[in-house]
Design a protein around this ligand. Structure first.
Ligand SMILES: Cc1cc2nc3c(=O)[nH]c(=O)nc-3n(C[C@H](O)[C@H](O)[C@H](O)COP(=O)(O)O)c2cc1C
Length: 251
């Protein structure tokens, strides 16, 4: 039971101790990068910009009504335009806020505590028009995809990482959100971890609603293998790790 109480407390607001310590922001330490830096040699892929994206159904009321978790998909590929829409809807950057001449925060299509946006979006692409299967990362600031490489036995490994949930291997693409805790800890210290998980919910909800607009579906997954998933998306599991994923496919 001890452990349960500890976990219950984790869901409570944790700002009371702020008088007792200084956050890194209070210590005037430099703000962390708004997006994980990239190796220069990595191939970047252009996406369709927001202004040029047409979606079948932008009736928000109907999309909220019809939203449900969908785990069975057709073999139809997502188009690059549809994929661009889903990426923009979940983490698209609308504005960068400057402070003292430096990038201080980003404003995106989803809310985030203190606009810290501590997530990176990894994509395990199985079947998207004009993209080779493999691992990608979304760059919200540039609205581009970074190609991170092939994954051997991809569908099998993705299914195993999702604890055997078959639809993770039988879909167009799996969105995997990894948190970089320090991006928020710099400002919110121990209050980060509760709000980061709330942020993740907003991201995935936008994915659900955006999918409804393009004849696609998704189903959130919290039941996944932490180590296998972190290995699959090539993150260290300490300073960056998966917290949530959601496979997407056409209906
Ligand atoms: C945080 C969270 C975690 C979830 N994890 C899983 C999961 O691992 N596997 C799964 O099949 N569905 C998962 N779901 C989907 C729920 O089962 C689903 O939302 C619920 O049954 C209600 O159905 P609806 O979304 O169609 O309204 C998850 C949903 C949420 C919000």
């Amino acid at each position: 039971m001890d452990n349960v109480i500890e976990h219950r407390n984790f869901m409570k607001a944790n700002y009371a101790g702020f008088d007792n310590f200084k956050t890194d922001q209070m210590k005037n330490l430099p703000e962390p990068a708004l997006q994980k830096p990239l190796d220069n040699k990595i191939e970047l892929i252009d996406l369709i910009p927001y202004e040029k994206i047409n979606i079948q159904n932008d009736n928000l009321k109907a999309n909220i009504l019809n939203r449900r978790s969908r785990r069975v998909f057709t073999d139809e590929a997502l188009t690059l335009e549809e994929f661009s829409f889903l990426l923009w809807a979940t983490q698209g950057v609308k504005e960068i806020i400057q402070r003292e001449g430096r990038d201080y925060a980003s404003l995106r299509t989803v809310p985030s505590a203190g606009a810290r946006h501590p997530f990176e979006t990894y994509l395990v692409v199985h079947n998207v028009e004009s993209l080779k299967p493999g691992l990608y990362r979304y760059l919200g600031i540039e609205h581009k995809l970074a190609w991170l490489g092939e994954i051997e036995d991809q569908q099998k490994k993705m299914t195993e990482a999702a604890l055997g949930q078959q639809f993770a291997g039988k879909c167009s693409v799996v969105f995997i959100w990894a948190v970089i805790p320090y991006r928020s800890e710099w400002r919110y210290h121990v209050a980060t971890h509760k709000s980061a998980l709330i942020d993740a919910g907003h991201i995935c909800q936008n994915l659900y609603l955006a999918c409804e607009g393009i004849g696609a579906g998704t189903c959130a997954i919290a039941a996944y293998d932490q180590k296998m998933t972190d290995k699959l998306i090539r993150v260290d599991g300490v300073d960056e790790y998966c917290v949530y994923m959601s496979p997407v496919g056409k209906l």
